[in-house]
Design a protein around this ligand. Structure first.
Ligand code: FES
Length: 86
């Protein structure tokens, strides 16, 4: 697992190997819209502020990633902490 730091909310949460970032954010009371939950629609897009995201979506391209785009329903983190703009 890894840790997500929600910069705007000042909330830290742990994402275990068997749970999605999306689920963990919701459990922490942070509302994120979603639809497909398979990394193909883009509804759950958030922005990475810091860390090394492990993108697992099937929608975004390198330009999107360079701009910080992150699909919370499927993507994860390679760094111990991933800071998101939420
Ligand atoms: Fe569709 Fe995440 S909910 S990409």
């Amino acid at each position: 697992g890894f840790e997500v730091y929600c910069a705007r909310s000042d909330v830290r949460l742990h994402v275990p190997a068997d749970r999605s970032v999306l689920d963990c954010l919701r459990e922490a009371g942070l509302p994120v819209l979603s639809s497909c939950e398979q990394g193909i629609c883009g509804t759950c897009e958030l922005s990475v502020l810091n860390g090394d995201p492990d993108h697992r979506d099937s929608l975004l391209n390198d330009e999107d990633y360079a701009g910080g785009a992150f699909l919370a329903c499927v993507s994860r983190s390679r760094s111990a902490v991933l800071t998101l703009d939420i």
